[in-house]
Design a protein around this ligand. Structure first.
Ligand code: NZQ
Ligand code: ZN
Length: 387
């Protein structure tokens, strides 16, 4: 294990009815809030009414910014920053999934910054301060509710870029699994694929001496395999929703890194797909992941995939490593398909046309530090395998 720092000051209130703690939590830190939400799901599943009740219970002032897009846009972030300035707001309340929370983080940091908020994802500036961020999560997927990352899209430049800053860690997150029961099967599947992908990005690393992190990664993967299909078969299965909801932040909040070099290779490639085609993040990951696995399977990595096959899929440990590795990859694809997720780029309307440019834009120096380093040509090959 290498040295690392682990610090997550986010207070999590987990479980049914925990929103009742939100009002007092907000009142301790803010008095004038920007409520941020997406396309309207929160009005149908009770989250909006629950949040309003909490705001009123503490006599807090609020103003609203709805319509945050899946793959949130910088134009929406800019509108939120303007509202914070015009109305002298001192806190941001995000009600929704990763897109809404990411947008809220960028607004919260943008409101404390003199320049344009696109400076953060573009790397021109790093947020030093942000308004307090409160979240009520409605979808188990990104882990944004307990991490410092925000991913923002700029359709004008066809870029989807992320930034991370400690000041963007939510102060308080309400994780009530019943709020995720209204998720359609397609989003439950995409969210499960996203949690699994975060886990893979950490698990497949050149450092294999983090016993605790590796065991927990395998547990998270087993939980997704067990509970993802249950949540799809019965959207109101509380046990399934609760387990997925608690897996999500731990797959990405830094615990699984534990001193490992992690390049987030599949994520970087997927972000190009959603930058160019605005596809659902988890869907892009589901298409790419088994192809990335097949591409990086070699003499050096085979034992890791074999361990994955045995510990996650229960494959017989006495089988040859290569056989276990290949079966584990095949099982990964079968599982994602069984959730109803597409397996090819063609299925989501993506053809050859931008593959070279996407491979070029995806390739960053981070790809040299990963499980298997990938050149621009390698990335292009993985994209072509995914057609
Ligand atoms: O907009 P509404 O009406 O709320 O509908 C949303 C949206 O259409 C719907 N939804 C969410 N909760 C629901 C619901 N519908 C019914 N009932 C509910 N309870 O689901 C759709 C997708 O929502 P979105 O927030 O876009 O999904 P997700 O949580 O997967 O977030 C995806 C975004 O997060 C980024 C992705 O790139 C993408 O932009 N990521 C953020 C990360 C982070 N901050 O750490 C890491 C991830 O790897 C990822 O890149
Ligand atoms: Zn992700």
């Amino acid at each position: 294990m290498k040295n690392f720092t682990f610090s997550i000051p986010t207070t999590v209130h987990f479980g049914q009815g925990q929103i009742r703690k939100l009002g007092a939590e907000m009142a301790r830190r803010s008095s004038r809030l920007l409520m941020v939400y997406g396309g309207g799901s929160i009005r149908r599943n009770g989250v909006y009414d629950g949040a309003v009740e909490q705001l009123k219970s503490q006599n807090l002032f609020w103003t609203e910014l709805g319509g945050v897009e899946p793959n949130p846009r910088i134009s929406t972030v800019r509108r939120g920053v303007e509202l914070c300035r015009e109305q002298n707001l001192d806190g941001v309340l995000a009600l929704g999934g990763g897109s809404v929370i990411d947008c809220a983080k960028a607004i919260a940091a943008g409101a404390c910054y003199d320049g344009d908020p696109w400076d953060f994802p573009s790397g021109k500036a790093r947020p030093e301060r942000a308004l307090p961020i409160f979240t009520v999560l409605t979808m188990a997927a990104t882990g944004s509710e307990m991490d410092s990352v925000a991913v923002i899209s700029n359709p004008d430049t066809q870029e989807k870029l992320d930034f991370a800053a400690a000041c963007c860690l939510p102060a308080v997150s309400i994780l009530d699994p019943t709020y995720t029961c209204s998720l359609p099967a397609s989003q439950t599947a995409a969210g499960t694929a996203d949690i699994m992908s975060h886990t893979f990005e950490n698990y497949f690393s050149p450092i294999e001496t983090s016993f605790l992190a590796d065991s927990m990664a395998e547990d998270i993967l087993r939980a997704c395999i067990h509970y993802g299909p249950r949540a799809i078969a019965d959207p109101n299965d509380y046990e399934a929703r609760a387990n997925l909801m608690w897996c999500a932040p731990w797959a990405i909040n830094g615990f699984l890194d534990m001193g490992k070099p992690v390049a987030w290779s599949v994520h970087k490639i997927e972000h190009e797909l959603s930058a160019f085609y605005d596809i659902t993040h988890g869907v892009g990951l589901a298409i790419l992941t088994p192809n990335w696995m097949r591409y990086v399977l070699n003499e050096r990595t085979v034992d890791r995939f074999a361990r994955y096959g045995t510990n996650v899929w229960g494959l017989d440990a006495s089988l040859p490593a290569r056989q276990r590795a290949e079966e584990a990859i095949a099982k990964t694809r079968e599982f994602l398909t069984s959730l109803g997720l597409p397996a090819t780029l063609h299925e989501v309307g993506i053809g050859e046309e931008h593959l070279e440019l996407m491979a070029k834009k995806a390739r960053t120096p981070g790809f040299d530090r990963t499980f298997v380093s990938l050149s621009q040509e390698d990335i292009l090959n993985i994209l072509r395998m995914s057609l």
